[in-house]
Design a protein around this ligand. Structure first.
Ligand code: SF4
Ligand code: SF4
Length: 88
């Protein structure tokens, strides 16, 4: 169950990145690496930080190369990535 505090943290997390094409909720991530493995242009990698659960989470290295294929969003088991096709 998501408490109000957790929901607020998640909302803030998304809001900070709202202008990005690929938005990653670091605290929703469990560090499985599926998104990194399935990105066809290999622009996702683990950051050097840990999230609030102690997992490494991905970061995008070169957003300009993103093809907007949505693999990362579709296959993330924790719904931690959103690809905004209309982002500039
Ligand atoms: S949308 Fe596709 S190309 Fe862009 S980061 Fe995700 S998997 Fe990689
Ligand atoms: S697929 Fe989702 S849970 Fe797995 S590393 Fe990527 S963002 Fe985290």
């Amino acid at each position: 169950m998501i408490t109000n505090r957790v929901k607020k943290e998640i909302d803030n997390d998304w809001e900070v990145q709202s202008k990005r094409m690929v938005q990653i909720s670091k605290d929703a991530c469990k560090g499985c690496g599926i998104c990194i493995a399935l990105c066809p242009v290999k622009i996702l990698e683990f950051s050097g930080e840990l999230n609030n659960k102690g997992f490494r989470f991905p970061r995008i290295t070169n957003e300009e190369k993103c093809t907007k294929c949505e693999n990362c969003m579709i296959y993330c088991p924790d719904f931690a990535i959103v690809v905004s096709k209309n982002a500039k």
